[in-house]
Design a protein around this ligand. Sequence first.
Ligand code: PLP
Length: 363
Amino acid sequence: MKINFIDLQAQYKRYEKEINSEVLEVFASAQFIGGEKLNSLERNLAAYTGAKHAIGCSSGTDALLLALMALGVGAGDEVITTPFTFISTAEVIALLGAKSVFVDIDEQSYNIDPAKIESHITERTKAIMPVSLYGQCADMDAINEIAAKYELPVIEDACQSFGATYNGKKSCNLSTIGCTSFFPSKPLGAYGDGGAIFTNDDELATKMRMLLNHGQNERYKHKYIGINGRLDAVQAAILDVKLKHFDEEVKLREEIGSRYIDLLEDADVITPKIADGGTSVYAQYSIRVKDREEMIAKLSAAGVPTAVHYPVPLHMQEAFKDLGYGEGDFPISELVSKEIMSLPMSAFLSEAEQDFVVDAIKD
Ligand SMILES: *Cc1c(COP(=O)(O)O)cnc(C)c1O
């Protein structure tokens, strides 16, 4: 059996007619930037998450960058985040001349440990940026409580958690600003790059809309130094189709995720722990194994593709050596980065395929 890590072709086949027709409409209208397709997607994203404002943008990375820019983060400022994440989270902080202050993760959820945040807050702290990794929200109530005490804004890096819930609310609508990604392999994926920013704050929303369009408030009148961070109409049209089917996909992902947990119960691996009151969209289905390289080789020989998210925590990346961190500074991030690996996961992974993966692990 040949297994795909993520089966995007199976998904396209299901929605092919709808997607093709929407995309052809964009081509015929020649409205490639902005317009009704983008407006419709933004309305539907806002309704889906419950956030007052949803703003399409060019990628998850740019969503995070725009959020920090809107909050005025710049040289000399500090932003508290986790070292166990994709590079974007800390990259955008550095791009603005600010400094990432890392806080280790919790060993169950792999998200920032709220109990360790407060001791890292200084006069220079400008924001807290938790990551909702692998599709499960960070412990946002605990984080928001600390942030409120110090009057700090919170940005949720929800690039992997669009569709997840936390105490009955949707990811992206749990803090000052939520940022997500529509990279093709994310739970809600475009057919190219894309992202979105969410907020309930009118002023921040207006500012972010200007920032992603070169800081313009009117054509060729620039209030801020911004970027070209727009989401194009073709991607918006595709996303709007996929959003209609998204709840059904989230349900399938949850079923597949729980089934993996059940099937792997007696295997010598650590399966994801989903905290009470929340759900995961399993952007990655990540397990921990003692001898990862051996397991990856064994699965690969059986025809099961895997990936590692992420093998090197950010405090040990060459690009961040100026931050002055070293090995041993974040023991849980380091431990998890040595043991973690992701299994094939998508809404349309069949039971037979899943059984095949599980048998290969247990073999
Ligand atoms: C994917 C991802 C990003 C970046 O999103 P892009 O759309 O690829 O720019 C940022 N943070 C996390 C945690 C991600 O997984």
